[in-house]
Design a protein. Sequence first.
Length: 93
Amino acid sequence: MYGVVQEALVNARRHAPGAPVQVTVHGEDEGELRCEVVNGRRVRRAAAGAGIGLGLVSMEERRSALVGELTAGPTGDGGFRVAATMPWERADA
């Protein structure tokens, strides 16, 4: 789970510089850990060539290896949201 959160924060900084970011983590009753990273719309222009587009691919690979769920996509207000759920026993990877 750490890697998913880390990658989501890096992506927010890279693609939405200056935007507020909210990270929420909670344990679910069903033995799962759920995390959500939401950033607002960018405040400043992102630098040209800022990244090669592998952030979401990397998150999906981590999620797949840990048998969890991952959703990522734009929010209605111009921001971006990443949500991941993983079993507790696999969440420390």
